[in-house]
Design a protein around this ligand. Sequence first.
Ligand SMILES: Cc1cc2nc3c(=O)[nH]c(=O)nc-3n(C[C@H](O)[C@H](O)[C@H](O)COP(=O)(O)O)c2cc1C
Length: 138
Amino acid sequence: MICIVYISSAKLGLTHSEINNIVEDSRINNEKHGLTGLLLFNSGNFMQLLEGEELIVDTLYTKIEKDRRHRDVKLLLKEPITHRNFSNWTMGYKNIENLREVKPELHNLFLTEDLNFSIYQNNPYRALKFLETFKRII
Ligand SMILES: Cc1cc2nc3c(=O)[nH]c(=O)nc-3n(C[C@H](O)[C@H](O)[C@H](O)COP(=O)(O)O)c2cc1C
């Protein structure tokens, strides 16, 4: 199995209902394909972790890269895993736009003022740590 993490920017004007459609469709598809993971949304940016069999993850990532609902898809991490980290989730979803209010300590620890996931480009393991904290608070 492998695990990947990527970041991307939502297309201009992407609505919450469009995001809900992505999440609902993903849950059905991922369940079918033995994929698990987590999708975060913040200030127009996505961060997603996906884990499963390599060929299946790679095939989905190729589709995701081409999806017109977002752009600037950048892979942060791709590595082999022996066990799942997010085994309970076919696709966990968290909109963290209000993280500053709800969990200020988490916000201050992981997000910069401009709330941009791009700070993780040079530090993928920090991204992984950030994603893992949501296992406890979703
Ligand atoms: C931010 C984002 C995350 C996505 N995550 C998933 C996912 O976890 N699983 C999934 O099946 N599709 C996901 N998709 C949708 C895929 O890009 C694609 O539309 C979907 O797999 C259906 O492709 P198909 O109709 O060619 O099979 C995501 C799309 C976006 C924009």
